[in-house]
Design a protein around this ligand. Structure first.
Ligand code: BGC
Length: 242
């Protein structure tokens, strides 16, 4: 089956038509930059533009950077606060004329990794993290997703939220070198490990490509691997979940 997968991110909205059996794109993906944070109206306009670009008429799956319960947006850490309380399924559905299924971005990206990535068939407890502007998380126990986990918002012993201390956004904003940031990220992973004791951490988002630059600072007992689908995971997972 073919589904249009859309990944709404902090700085861009991307989409592609996905073959849900293989997880492969049917045609090249399309990306549109947004302002930061993108306002509700702008986000809706860009999603509609993507749908028009693909001349799409069928089902749409959409990853969104917030807690989403039954289509309703519950939080807004790095997005327009006006999204809170909005039924995103209805909002994007009305604008595009297609059935739209919106879920948390990290949950869908993690789902794609567990299905098509290196962690395929992993049966123990895995924590998937998207490390970008914020930190998103997805928990998988025996391959089953526990949704809306929000581990980027967990308070660390230093009093800061994980994503305010160790996200890629913070690395860029504070101009940290990879060694300094790698040690911070290790503190964050260590805190997660001591709280959840996972068997595996999967690192997604832009940083996953740079794991070789900071892996030597990671001292957790759990295995740490880079996500394989990288920037496409959100689109693929959104399509699969729809
Ligand atoms: C949001 C999460 C999201 C993550 C990555 C966080 O700030 O609270 O819902 O998954 O950013 O986009």
């Amino acid at each position: 089956m073919e589904v249009l997968g859309i990944d709404i991110g902090g700085s861009a909205i991307k989409g592609a038509v996905v073959d849900t059996k293989t997880g492969k794109f049917v045609a090249e993906k399309f990306r549109i930059e947004t302002s930061q944070p993108s306002q509700v109206k702008e986000t809706v306009a860009i999603v509609s533009e993507l749908v028009k670009h693909f001349k799409w008429k069928g089902k749409i799956g959409c990853g969104f950077p917030a807690v989403v319960m039954n289509g309703v947006v519950k939080t807004a850490a790095n997005i327009d606060r006006a999204f809170i309380g909005v039924n995103a399924n209805k909002l994007f559905g009305k604008a595009t004329g297609c059935p739209v299924h919106v879920l948390n971005d990290a949950d869908v990206a993690g789902f794609a990794e567990m299905k098509f990535g290196k962690a395929k068939n992993f049966k123990d407890f895995a924590i998937f993290l998207t490390v970008g502007t914020g930190i998103g998380s997805a928990l998988f126990n025996k391959g089953k997703l526990i949704p809306n986990s929000e581990l980027g918002h967990i308070y660390m012993p230093n009093g800061l939220k994980g994503e305010k201390y160790a996200s890629d956004g913070v690395r860029k904003h504070e101009n940290l070198d990879w060694d300094t940031w790698g040690k911070r990220f290790n503190e964050y992973l260590t805190y997660l490990e001591q709280t959840f004791y996972p068997n595996l951490f999967i690192i997604g988002g832009g940083t996953s490509r740079r794991l070789d630059l900071f892996k030597h600072h990671l001292t957790v007992n759990a295995r740490v691997i880079a996500a394989t689908l990288q920037n496409d995971a959100g689109i693929i997972g959104a399509a699969l979940q729809a």
